[in-house]
Design a protein around this ligand. Sequence first.
Ligand SMILES: Cc1cc2nc3c(=O)[nH]c(=O)nc-3n(C[C@H](O)[C@H](O)[C@H](O)COP(=O)(O)OP(=O)(O)OC[C@H]3O[C@@H](n4cnc5c(N)ncnc54)[C@H](O)[C@@H]3O)c2cc1C
Length: 528
Amino acid sequence: MPATGARYDAVVVGAGHNGLVCACYLAARGLKVCVLERRAVAGGAAVTEEFHPGFRNSTASYTVSLLHPKVIRDLRLAEHGLRIVERPFANFLPLPDGAYLKVGGGIEATQREVARFSRRDAERLPEYYRRLDVVADVLRELLLETPPNAGGGIAELLPAWKSARALRRLPLAAQRDVLDLFTVSAAEWLDRWFESEPIKACFGFDSVVGNFASPYAPGTAYVLLHHVFGEVNGKKGAWGHAIGGMGAITGAMRREAEARGVEIRTGAAVERVVVSAGRASGVALADGTQIAAQHVVSNAHPRWLLAALADVEGEWREAFGNYRSESATFRMNVALAELPDFSSLPGREAEDHHRSGIIMAPSLAFMDRAWMSANARGWSEEPIVEMLIPSTVDDSLAPPGKHVASLFCQHFRYALPDGRHWDRERERAADAVVEQVTRFAPNFKASVLGRRILSPLDLEREFGLVGGDIFHGKLSLNQLFSARPALGFASYRMPVKGLYLCGSGAHPGGGVTGVPGHNAAREILRDL
Ligand SMILES: Cc1cc2nc3c(=O)[nH]c(=O)nc-3n(C[C@H](O)[C@H](O)[C@H](O)COP(=O)(O)OP(=O)(O)OC[C@H]3O[C@@H](n4cnc5c(N)ncnc54)[C@H](O)[C@@H]3O)c2cc1C
């Protein structure tokens, strides 16, 4: 068996953004680090690629908010050229009856919009945002903490105390909100606040993003909350476009990693973690090469460890085997001859609504129907679609006068019923998505020049997202905080000594945050 002879302080499996972040922090402390990536390009689910001649776009993740400001600062991402522009307003919700709702762009503007449907809802908005933000602040405070680890003994008292302190400081009413947001359905939470459907649909959409559930299902309010803890350029809760696509983020991270001496190898698929005397001592690649290292850090999905540690028995195998991983997400990029001309807000010249997140899911009941229909038939003929058109703010993505759009679609099962297979169904599902957009913008179908389709199965094959789960595992209460990825494994330390998890399967979960990578590096350095 060939061996490189090189010995690293740490080898990172996967060059997703969290792998790159972790490598940067380790290298900053003088560790010799090597990152091994299976794909030909570094960046994981945050990459920009050409998908049609002359048209580039973010391939998977497509919009930025959750990327932690500390990571942006520490990794000097702005100095490496990263520029994020805020959406002019958060969301545009075209409605089937020719009406529409715009949300964001300042509280007064949103109140004016919402008042067209309900004056009462408009009046309640400031208090809604305030109360949600109080809870989001608790999440923000806990992001960079290592959760208390069940079974971790006395050493866990400090993290447990820190978490409890964050909650205890809140007034009782806010503590109730925390409890509710972690347990109730998004619909129940929103029904308490609002009476008009469009605003509930707009906010409730976040609860089904990457979450195969009806917005009426208990626990969905947390997923809504998970999407609001971010910020853009210091503005809390805002979402933006990374100029150059999401690959600009990981490109900047890669440059910083290389400046810190990190070695990054692409086309290097790791097959297993080598364990000697009960401790991780390196990795073996698919081509048989072994690479020795003091620490092994996995940026891959938690369930990858079941195969990579095939010889390591223990009760952990059951817990990791039961880890739920299916977000039921379908992703498409389309090259467009012209901008969508919405029936409810006509125009083919770029306007602010084209630069926002365009949600085609007009009510919570609509989302519930899409879920029920996907449950029965694999996916809905009337799917939930969000569209972003980044070329309206970034002319590096498409030829002059042309555009690219990201279509992010929910409730497409990983496993189709009745023996159907995604390799035969991909195009038909993509057609249904195009039809859905065309219902709101009649010129859309004819404007499509090319498309790249990623079914849930494609997301797994392409990015190693087990079950096609965009977050490396469901964001459900039994898979969050001290229970992510499983109770007893919340400290980024995995079942054998010297092995760590630094990807989205660790606290605080999915999204382009850089936080699992940041926190895992801190724990590795502590163990040194
Ligand atoms: C379709 C889609 C849309 C999304 N939209 C958004 C969004 O708009 N905004 C947002 O914030 N988040 C979004 N997300 C979620 C976000 O992209 C992910 O949570 C995040 O990018 C995961 O980063 P990571 O570094 O933890 O893992 P990944 O990006 O998954 O990286 C893991 C890396 O490990 C590599 N790897 C796996 N196994 C091996 C192996 N055996 N050997 C070597 N390498 C291996 C993989 O190839 C991959 O490069 C989206 C995700 C998807 C899929």
